[in-house]
Write a protein that binds this ligand. Structure first.
Ligand code: ADP
Length: 311
C-alpha cells in the first residue's frame, strides 16, 4: 500500500447551483465575480452571495486530494491546519470516515478555510476562497512534520497554503536520502512560481488555465508536466517523451474538483510504483467518473469502480 501525504488546504465548500442569468445578476450587484473556470482568493465573500450557496461540502484541494488517494487504496494522510471552530469537528470526523489519517492536522486561532463555489447549468464552476486557518500553516509546521513528509512514497502539494510552508516541506526532502515522488498541483496559478521552481518537484499537474498562466515556467520545468484538459483528457510531457491519454466520455454534472480526484489517484498509483502512463490512465478515469456526481469528496469513485471501468 503506497503512503501518500497531502500537505495542503482544508475548506468548507459552500456550493450554489445557479443559472448563468443569476450569476450575471450577482456579478452586477457586487461589481465582481470569478470568471467561469476561475479560482480567486478573497478576504470575504459578500453575504448576498453566501445566501445563494445552499449546499455544504467538505473541501480544500489538500483534503480533496487526500480523500481521492485514500479511495484509490493508498495509506493517505493530510497535513495542514484547521480552526478551533464548529466546522473543525465535522471536518476532522468526516475526513477520518473517508479513510484519511488526520492526526497531523493542527488547530490554530483562525476560522477553518471557506470556499464559495458556484456551478452553472453547463457544469462550469467559479470559486472564491477565504484562506482562514490554511493561511496560518508555517515553515515551522512543515519542519515539525518532516518525518511524515519524508516517509511518504508520494507527496502532494497544491497552491492553497502559504508558499513558504510548501517550500520548507520541499527543503526537508532535499536534505533526506530516500525521498517521495513530489506531485505539485499549481492551483490556483497565482503565486505558484516559487514552488514550481524548486528542484524537489517531480511532477506538475496544471489544468488548461493554470498551464496558460504558467507557460514560461512550464517550458523550462525539468520534470514531468501532466496537463489536464477537461473532457479532452490529459497531455503528458516527460524530459524525453510525450503522449496523450483520453478521458472516457461521461455525462458531467459537476466538474468541480476533477483535478483533485486526478491528482489523488495519480499519487496513489505513482506511490505504488505504477508506470507513468498507467497512473495517468487510472487517474483520468477516476476524474471523469467524479464529474458525474455533485460535490468533490462525495463524488470520488472507489478504486474497484475505476478498475472495472478500465477493464
Ligand atoms: P480541474 O478540475 O483542475 O480544472 P480538468 O478540468 O482538466 O482539471 O479535469 C481534470 C481531469 O478530469 C481531466 O483531465 C479529465 O481526465 C477529467 N475530466 C474533467 N472534466 C471532464 C469531462 N467533462 N468529461 C470527462 N472527463 C473529465
Amino acid at each position: 500500500m503506497s503512503r501518500v501525504v497531502s500537505f495542503g488546504s482544508v475548506n468548507v465548500d459552500h456550493v450554489g447551483y445557479l443559472s448563468q442569468d443569476r450569476i450575471a445578476v450577482l456579478a452586477d450587484a457586487h461589481g465582481w465575480f470569478p470568471d467561469a473556470g476561475e479560482t480567486v482568493r478573497v478576504d470575504a465573500v459578500p453575504a448576498a452571495v453566501r445566501d445563494d450557496l445552499t449546499e455544504t461540502f467538505l473541501g480544500g484541494k489538500g483534503a480533496n486530494q487526500a480523500v481521492a488517494a485514500a479511495a484509490a487504496g493508498a495509506d493517505a494522510s493530510l497535513l495542514g491546519c484547521v480552526g478551533e471552530d464548529e466546522a473543525e469537528h465535522a471536518v476532522v470526523e468526516t475526513l477520518a470516515e473517508r479513510g484519511v489519517t488526520v492526526d497531523g492536522l493542527e488547530r490554530v486561532d483562525a476560522p477553518t478555510g471557506y470556499a464559495a463555489i458556484v456551478v452553472d447549468e453547463t457544469a462550469e464552476n467559479r470559486i472564491a476562497i477565504v484562506a482562514g486557518a490554511n493561511g496560518r500553516v508555517t515553515p515551522a509546521y512543515a519542519r515539525r512534520h518532516a518525518d511524515r513528509l519524508r516517509d511518504a512514497d508520494c507527496l502532494l502539494l497544491q497552491n492553497e497554503l502559504p508558499a513558504a510552508a510548501s517550500l520548507a516541506a520541499l527543503d526537508e526532502l532535499s536534505a533526506a536520502g530516500r525521498r517521495p515522488t513530489v506531485v505539485y498541483d499549481p492551483a490556483p496559478a497565482d503565486g505558484a512560481e516559487r514552488v514550481l521552481a524548486h528542484d524537489a518537484v517531480d511532477v506538475v499537474t496544471p489544468n488548461e488555465s493554470e498551464a496558460a498562466a504558467l507557460a514560461e515556467l512550464l517550458a523550462d520545468f525539468d520534470g514531468t508536466v501532466v496537463r489536464t484538459l477537461g473532457a479532452r483528457g490529459v497531455a503528458v510531457e516527460t524530459v524525453d517523451d510525450s503522449f496523450h491519454v483520453d478521458s472516457p466520455t461521461v455525462d458531467a454534472v459537476d466538474t468541480t474538483g476533477a483535478g483533485d480526484v486526478f491528482a489523488g489517484y495519480l499519487a496513489a498509483a505513482l506511490g505504488d510504483g505504477a508506470a507513468l502512463r498507467a497512473a495517468v490512465e487510472r487517474a483520468a478515469v477516476a476524474a471523469a467518473l467524479s464529474t458525474t456526481a455533485e460535490g468533490v469528496q462525495t463524488a470520488v469513485p472507489a478504486r474497484t469502480r475505476v478498475l472495472d471501468e478500465i477493464r
